[in-house]
Design a protein around this ligand. Structure first.
Ligand code: FES
Length: 738
């Protein structure tokens, strides 16, 4: 029991007993006192889920139920039965001479609790729990690398681990964190951790293969075996080589040599992703520590074994056999590097090399790369020049291209960047092959610059502050690719580059998590560090700005979840009906209504519609929703609880089926504007579009809804990504199956 001096007088026992519950303010805490049987309990009045006042909840059989999303708590301990909600804080109570005294001494170790919550959020893939844990931890002064480590350990155990997008996003977010505004750092962590959780969701646990039972096999043998196993696509043999090498003491440089050599044994593996994932795995270990190497690096083996090899693709073989050109060049690589070794630092051909790489002759490209090495070009610098050429493909990408081709240019750029970082770890002749692959990919991408978009030249005429104000506005509108490029270039003429990086980072984090955009921005930031203050540095950030603008705005639904977490952390109220409120929007309409009306005739159709509207009103009221309007055979209602909206939709569909009507429903959660008796806002529009994408009898929901009902027992089936008419971006939709 806490020392008596921490107790304060809260109320008279009679007052609590006579009313059953009593809300008090004590030292800045809103505390609700409950009388239950012989006991009196004191509970934080703020529901830990989203802040609803618990003095408005229900108490039955010792269980306190919050009325917003139905989280249930054991009144005595505060423990929740619903992990998405968290335990509610209870205060020790003493009854002294007819008075209730409560102990308000601080909860022990907030950080340890929130780390546990983060783990739980990852395990159950509940973005709101992840966001709340990260926001609380960082505002309590926790080092972001601690949350990063928790994500890395969790992500290494499930799903594709380091061989998946989530792991790479997680590391990208950590990499860009130093340039972000302090307020954006938790958001970056939240994006990365949510991506890890999504990759792991539903995946079986991964058990790392034990190392070979020999004490110290020679590293050269393990490296050779690893390459052979990858060659024959034997994932388990390859994994065992990795675990044995790490367990027997191979260091980060040796492991980089082993992995990046195999990653460049074949051409442009999986459109560059293998080298990219491997690079990010090493960067993650730089942050979290080498003790995680066995778990992280071993998880790459399967991706290596299953990778697509570009020598098997038509584009690399016809009409010009690029692989033949490359194999011939690789034969000359060791001697070219060796003959340039004595002249390192004297090479001055970067500009003409970039021009050649952007040219039309693959044989000339291979020749110019070899010649640069002979003249003393450092392999890392060679990779830097090719990466810059790849960035120019994005900077010159005309918007008349196919939208999906942004990804083609992006893959080459991030691959080239990853090869350069790999060479910093292991500058071997084998890994230099990756530079040649990148250059050939730049060559193959030449059709993406026909005609080339103009790369803006800054003239210093714009006030940098005005540019920083305009930049987020540009990203609020679609098709502002060239405008974004101009603003970036103008700003860098006389603005502080660090502030531009922070602004681009902020713009990235506002959008829904998009693997490729995150990769593009992170790689551009990485390249910019080498090119700061030069026109090339400007071009690299122009490329990032253009890519970002091409992929914005999205619906920013992930940002909304994050906003809830920050507002809760600040102690704001989310449940009040202000001008803008958070609500779950339910749209339903009758399938085939025109045909039914024609078949029934006017009078019978009118009667049927009246029955339908009655049953809808009853079910909405029963599920504590708000009927907004009927428009023809369509119907809109709002709810302050996502689960109740889904249950209501299911009940209405079933009741309508019994009177011979087939319905479909769409549900979305977002901020709406209250306008008289009606509602408005993009979230309402989204709900309507989701409904029109639903199959007859389906309740279709957005990813935001999915995030809100995680752990509630509602089962969802992924129905893939959809475009919703009049709504930007792509939407992942889910059908309710139970
Ligand atoms: S369950 Fe209490 S606010 Fe959501």
């Amino acid at each position: 029991m806490a020392p008596a001096e921490h107790f304060i007088l809260a109320a008279r026992v009679d007052d609590v007993r006579s009313q059953g519950r009593l809300l008090i303010q004590a030292d800045g805490h809103a505390v609700v006192l409950f009388a239950d049987g012989d006991h009196i309990y004191a509970v934080d009045n703020r529901c830990p889920h989203m802040g609803f006042p618990l003095n408005q909840g229900s108490l039955k059989d010792g269980i306190l139920t919050c009325h917003w999303h139905h989280a249930r708590f054991d009144l005595a301990t505060g423990g929740t039965f619903d992990p998405w909600a968290d335990n509610v804080r209870v205060f020790p109570v003493q009854v002294r001479d007819g008075e209730v005294w409560i102990d308000l001494s601080p909860r022990e170790d907030v950080r340890a609790h929130q780390r546990e919550r983060l783990q739980e959020g990852l395990e159950r893939e509940i973005p709101l729990v992840i966001a709340k844990a990260v926001v609380t931890l960082l505002s309590a002064g926790d080092d972001p690398s601690e949350s990063f480590r928790i994500g890395l350990e969790f992500g290494s155990q499930y799903g594709p681990a380091a061989g998946g997008a989530g792991f790479t996003i997680h590391t990208c977010m950590m990499n860009i964190m130093p340039v972000l505004d302090a307020e954006d750092r938790p958001r970056a962590l939240y994006h990365g951790l949510s991506a890890i959780a999504r990759d792991a969701a539903g995946a079986p646990a991964r058990f790392v293969l034990r190392p070979l039972p020999i004490s110290r096999p020679a590293f050269p043998s393990l490296k050779r075996w690893f390459r052979q196993f990858v060659e024959v696509r034997d994932a388990e043999g390859a994994e065992r080589c990795i675990t044995t090498a790490v367990r027997t003491g191979a260091d980060d440089q040796q492991m980089a040599e082993m992995l990046f050599t195999a990653a460049t044994d074949h051409r442009y593996l999986s459109i560059g992703h293998i080298v990219d994932f491997t690079n990010k795995a090493f960067e993650a270990l730089d942050i979290a520590g080498w003790q995680h190497a066995e778990a992280v690096l071993s998880s790459l083996a399967r991706a290596y074994a299953e990778a697509d090899r570009s020598e098997e693709s038509n584009a690399w073989r016809h009409p010009i056999d690029l692989v033949e050109i490359l194999e011939s060049a690789f034969g000359d690589l060791p001697s070219a590097i060796e003959s340039g070794r004595g002249q390192r630092g004297q090479w001055a051909g970067r500009s003409s090399l970039v021009t050649s790489v952007l040219g039309e002759d693959p044989q000339a490209i291979a020749d110019v790369l070899l010649e640069a090495l002979r003249q003393g070009c450092d392999p890392v610098d060679l990779a830097g020049a090719v990466t810059y050429a790849a960035a120019l493909r994005i900077a010159r990408f005309p918007t008349s291209n196919e939208f999906t081709d942004w990804d083609t240019a992006l893959h080459t750029f991030t691959y080239a960047n990853a090869v350069q970082q790999a060479l910093r770890r292991t500058p071997s002749a084998e890994v230099v092959r990756g530079v040649f692959d990148a250059a050939m990919s730049v060559y193959l991408d030449r059709f993406l610059n026909v005609p080339p978009a103009r790369v803006p030249e800054p003239n210093g005429a714009e006030d940098p502050e005005a540019v920083l104000t305009k930049l987020p506005e540009i990203f609020d509108r679609q098709q502002q690719v060239n405008e974004a490029a101009t603003l970036v270039a103008q700003y860098l003429a006389n603005g502080d580059a660090n502030r531009l990086l922070a602004a681009l980072g902020k713009a990235l984090l506002r959008e829904d998590r998009n693997f490729h955009t995150i990769q593009a921005v992170e790689a551009a930031f990485c390249q910019f560090e080498d090119l700061r203050g030069s026109p090339e540095g400007t071009h690299v950030l122009v490329a990032a700005g253009r890519y970002l603008a091409a992929h914005a705005p999205t619906m920013r639904a992930q940002g909304q979840t994050y906003q809830f977490a920050t507002r809760l952390n600040r102690g704001e109220r989310l449940y009040e009906e202000t001008e803008r409120v958070l609500a779950t929007i339910l749209f339903m309409d009758i399938v085939g209504s025109t045909e039914r009306a024609a078949a029934l005739g006017d009078r019978r159709w009118r009667d049927l519609l009246a029955s339908y509207q009655n049953l809808v009103k009853q079910e909405v009221t029963r599920h504590r929703g708000r009927n907004i309007n009927f428009a023809g055979d369509g119907w809109l209602a709002t709810f302050d609880g996502t689960v109740r909206a889904i249950r209501c939709a299911q009940a209405v569909i079933e009741a309508a089926r019994r009177i011979g009507l087939t319905l479909r429903a769409g549900i979305h959660t977002g901020e709406i504007e209250i306008a008289g008796d009606g509602v408005a806002g993009m979230a309402v529009h989204v709900g309507a579009r989701v409904a029109s994408s639903a199959q007859p009898g389906d309740v279709l929901v957005t990813g935001t809804v999915r995030d809100m009902v995680s752990g509630s027992g509602i089962r969802l089936e992924d129905r893939g990504t959809h475009t919703l008419k009049g709504v930007p971006g792509e939407w992942q939709l889910f059908a309710v199956t139970r």
